[in-house]
Design a protein around this ligand. Structure first.
Ligand code: SUG
Length: 421
């Protein structure tokens, strides 16, 4: 950013894991969510893992933001569902979901250099495919309106109308020479008809691009590989991630892999593809370890680092490929594992937990920006108020409701954000 003299930089806004974090098996097509259904969860450990990840990136990048857990249990949804104890447990669990922690699904973000009016545009994701996620967007929007409330620099839209499913930044990538320069935005959608839902609808992606005022010459729409969705890549960010000039992708991410590279390269000739072949890491192993659900960061030195889940180091196939890649001279020079196991067990890796916003940090409400002292504060509040453990039988009880409501209010209070209460 210094080279160009622009104050625009990339800020990762991580979702603080909410006090109701639990495993209810709510996401059809998300293998981790299904396989951990009914397990006890550890909200305090989950939230502390998230803060530790943020601390690492704050030290690496010098800037880090966060978004807050949404109000749970959601009383309005509970009433609308007419719960009387005869309903299936998954319906009862939906109003309790802490799924807003995965802020890659909070919104799609188009930075100012890409948009017609020179503002950074954010569209909250409607998340209509899953009941427990569809409740998020109005509260997410309320929070975005505070964090990015400076309308000279930001435009916050309404979510895409149903029935076009929109899952936000998880299906959106940006290629650029540097964050503050005009970029090429790549939207990845799925076609329905497979064994699992295709959560991102092509028309939702196109609508977001139009709303944001993107230049059609610098906007690319690509179909996700139906086989990747069938294997459990319910979002494209489970099989590819982009940063700067680099697209880091599994060889089976897109319906037409070569066609996808060609389309991106036509709009962005400097594209560098780092492709992992299926012979090195199968689609299944990529999805199990979340190698691609990584944060691909440009460090102040100019080098790129990949922040991956610990699970990658434990996989001989994945780590073997990583070591081979590092021994070469590709653009990714460091691979750094982090422990986000509590989130991973619900299908959320390091990249799911963050929303990237390219902007001038001075234009963001500082209450949403992290420094070391605030990380200490977050840890203290979490350690004092977050439940240690939630068992499936706790969901729906007044005791747990009282404790998660009080925990969130303690956090809002500590951050001077009681207005979100
Ligand atoms: O929408 N899991 C989330 C995981 C989201 C991951 N985000 C990205 N790939 N960007 C989902 O499937 C599980 C909740 C439960 O089963 O209790 C869940 O919602």
């Amino acid at each position: 950013m210094e080279q160009s003299g622009t104050p625009l930089t990339e800020i990762n806004f991580d979702g603080i894991v909410g006090p109701s974090h639990n495993y209810a098996g709510l996401s059809l097509g998300n293998i981790a969510s299904a396989s951990h259904a009914g397990d006890p969860s550890y909200p305090r450990a989950a939230a502390l893992q998230g803060v530790a990840k943020m601390r690492g990136n704050l030290a690496r990048l010098g800037v880090q933001g966060f978004l807050l857990p949404l109000p749970r249990p959601n009383g309005a949804l509970q009433s609308a569902l007419a719960l009387d104890g005869t309903e299936p447990p998954q319906l009862r669990a939906a109003p309790w979901s802490a799924s807003s922690m995965w802020t890659a699904n909070a919104a799609t973000v188009s930075p100012a250099p890409d948009t017609a009016d020179g503002r950074c545009h954010l569209t909250p994701a409607n998340l209509v495919t899953m009941l427990h996620r569809a409740q998020e967007w109005p509260d997410t929007q309320a929070q975005l309106r505070i964090a990015f409330g400076d309308t000279r620099h930001f435009a916050i839209h309404d979510a895409v109308p149903p029935t076009f499913g929109d899952e936000g930044a998880a299906n959106h990538m940006r290629l650029c020479e540097e964050h503050g320069a005009p970029g090429v935005e790549v939207f990845v959608y799925g076609k329905p008809g497979g064994r699992f839902p295709a959560r991102q609808h092509e028309q939702a992606s196109r609508l977001v691009a139009r709303t944001h005022g993107l230049d059609p010459a610098r906007t690319v729409f690509i179909e996700q590989n139906p086989e990747a969705i069938a294997a459990g890549a319910f979002h494209n960010d489970v099989v590819s991630v982009a940063n700067g000039r680099v697209l880091f992708t599994h060889a089976e991410a897109f319906a037409d892999q070569q066609g996808a590279y060609d389309a991106i390269r036509a709009a962005f000739p400097a594209l560098e593809v780092v492709e992992v072949p299926s012979s090195a890491v199968s689609l299944e192993e990529a999805i199990r370890t979340y190698l691609f659900n990584a944060q691909l960061l440009t460090l102040p030195s100019g080098e790129m680092a990949l922040i991956v889940p610990e699970e990658c180091r434990e996989s001989p196939a994945v780590w073997g490929w990583v070591e081979q890649m590092l021994a070469g001279n590709g653009p990714i020079r460091q691979v750094i594992p982090v422990d986000v196991k509590q989130s991973m067990a619900n299908g959320g890796g390091p990249a799911c937990l963050r929303l990237r916003v390219v902007c001038d940090p001075a234009t963001v409400d500082p209450r949403f920006l992290l420094d070391e002292a605030k990380a200490d504060l977050l840890e203290r509040v979490i350690a004092a108020h977050w439940p240690l453990q939630i068992d499936p039988s706790d969901i729906g009880t007044q005791t747990l409701a009282d404790s998660v409501i009080a925990a969130r209010l303690a956090l809002l209070e500590a951050l001077d954000l009681a207005q979100l209460g």
